[in-house]
Design a protein around this ligand. Sequence first.
Ligand SMILES: *Cc1c(COP(=O)(O)O)cnc(C)c1O
Length: 308
Amino acid sequence: MPLHIETPLIESRAIGAIARRRVRLKMEALQPPGSFKIRGVGHACEHYARQGKRRFVSSSGGNAGIAAAYAGRQLGLPVTVVVPETTTELARQLIRNEAAELVVHGASWAEANALAGSLLGDEVAFIHPFDDPLLWTGHASMIDEAARQGGKPDAVVLSVGGGGLMCGVIEGLRRNDWADVPVIAAETDGTASLASAMAAGRRVTLDAIDSVATSLGAKQICTRAWQWTGAHPVRSGVVSDADALDACERFLDDHRVLVEPACGAALALTYGNVPALSAFEDILVIVCGGATASLDQIRAWRAALGGR
Ligand SMILES: *Cc1c(COP(=O)(O)O)cnc(C)c1O
């Protein structure tokens, strides 16, 4: 039994009317830990448990840490999540709710990650948030499901942080004979590590992350994601923080599900009817979800941005 659940694939008449094309949603926001991450993290944790690992360590204060904590609890193995002091109280609470040991250390993720590294050993597995082939194979199961649940789409819209979701979706497209289905990769202005790499023709490192879409905040995409841009049709779309936040509120009204701005980025591309989508009649949107943003937080961020 996998640790993730099969999620609904639903048509969005509301978004379709605005986007003037058929829009279907893969509802990963409904995974028990709140995001798609459990597909890959669950697959990796099961693999490491079979190898004899007795403990998992994560340094993600976001959905990867929450998914690792959930997976450990399901497998009956202890999990330690090391997060920096900047991690929000809501995220800390979600990790503790899964009965993981939460260690708060350092002013930045790099310091928390260094401490996490010192906890590793023969019986301890490190659970990376996006750069591990086991994660991608686990994420690919969402496309296996989509292929069973409905017909082939013209394109898949998804959000990109470090690129693990994109690697998984492309792996899934290819193992379901959908290798010709393009991926439209959404990022926000302040997290555009994929868009910058595609523009530069090489993998670049952003100087800083500056966005409310914290779950997209990888300064560099993983090597495999970069390689896919040369081996699979990938188009990039970048939205503003304001558009991502507006999409979260609109999606809550339309589908009664609250998602993070990281997911709002993919929804904003779809609601925004952007040129990157113009060739496609029937699109599949990965509603990746995210558990770390409350409605109050989304409204406060939106108010702070003003009319932008
Ligand atoms: C992790 C995450 C992403 C980005 O996934 P990557 O594999 O890092 O590209 C997008 N949305 C949510 C909600 C996430 O938790």
